[in-house]
Design a protein. Structure first.
Length: 91
């Protein structure tokens, strides 16, 4: 079963390799989409793939890499659209 999740992460999530860590995990799990920093200090990611794998990346976003402090996670689940072919860090 495939799924799509649009996630916003707030807290100390920039400058701690959050985007790189999400991208590495997504790549290893064959999850497609993107991740980027927002000007308000949050990180935003859009994930598509097998639901169990997308859930694993979302779970990682709940705590992030060492040095991160996640204060809030906003998740919007949607139907898989097959929009992406890989995972990218968007600047």
């Amino acid at each position: 079963m495939k799924a799509r999740a649009h996630v916003y992460v707030s807290g100390r999530v920039q400058g701690v390799f959050f985007r790189n860590s999400v991208a590495d995990l997504a790549d290893s799990l064959n999850v497609d989409g993107w991740v980027r920093n927002l000007s308000d200090g949050r990180v935003e990611t859009l994930l598509e793939g097998e639901k169990v794998n997308v859930e694993e990346v979302v779970e990682f976003c709940r705590h992030g890499p060492p040095g991160a402090y996640v204060r809030q996670l906003e998740i919007r689940w949607a139907d898989w659209q097959g929009e992406f072919r890989d995972f990218k860090i968007v600047r």
